[in-house]
Design a binder for this molecule. Sequence first.
Ligand code: DOR
Ligand code: ZN
Length: 357
Amino acid sequence: MRLSQAKPNAVTRITLTRPDDFHLHLRDGAALAAVVADSAARFARALVMPNLKPPVVTTEQAIAYRERILAALPAGSDFNPLMSLYLTETTSAEEIARAKESGVVIAVKLYPAGATTNSDAGVRDLLSAEAALAAMAELGLPLCVHGEVVDSAVDVFDREAVFLQRVLAPALERHPNLRVVVEHITTREAVRFVAAAGSGVAATVTPQHLLLNRNALFSGGLRPHHYCLPVLKRELHREALLLAATQGSPKFFLGSDSAPHSRQAKESACGCAGIYSAHAGIELYAEAFELAGALERLDDFASRFGAEFYGLPRNQGQLVLERQPWSVPEALAFGDERLVPLRAGGEMPWRVVEGGQ
Ligand code: DOR
Ligand code: ZN
């Protein structure tokens, strides 16, 4: 990684190894066609989430979905979609073996049933998925978890911390060799849990959880475009996440959770959870790392630690950002609809100037 500065303390140019996004929603059909170029312009690879309707539950479906993603890419793009399977209570050990053997599926995603978008086919009781978990532990296929309990008795702001104690800690006791990524962590408790766990447990961190706290949901009125799950938390949690992401620990790496929903689906009496950030997928992280005074650690977080966790080679080539402010559009094309991106109508300090495709 290279940082160029015109004067001391004023970096103007950041040269990264081409980064990876280890948590991305690309959807399907017209929505896929509308968004995939944003990720491909910044990231060499992405781990694509399987919560389609219907979900991607077999290796065969994952391979077919990957082909649709490749077909939707701009001409000449070498973006490499890495695939995940959607864990259900009937996922068999044989399916896990097929996934591992495919070389295309690199993880299995746990959605607690009812926890988030398209999670109805997910897992009610993790004990029902023991055969799959045992096979994953044996074969070294990581489990990516949406770490929230679905229990109306638990406050929505506590659901992540309760999940870690009630569900994940016992699962790791039953399967000490299971490799786990706690996705989109949002709390100090999650930072501590992951830091204290063995080297097989890591976490992804989103740009919105590094840059915003829960006040952003209510600033001047209800802000549906800041609503995602797990929901934004208090400032003390944002600070803990920023510290974890920027301290140089290989346990914390980039996973944007960019999750497009149409403007209509968000601006509704029952708005969907999900924030679209792929239009500025690396620029937002550069801003967060600069805020923390840790730009020199961005390369490891964005381009190295995730690849190492998944046992993948580092990318060839570089991506260059410059301090060149630009305005984020109010809305983007999204098939027949519109998509409101993170920071819509606002300004981004960093711009990709080279190496984007
Ligand atoms: O905010 C979210 N949106 N969180 C999730 O877990 C799912 C995602 C989506 O698919 O829209
Ligand atoms: Zn997600």
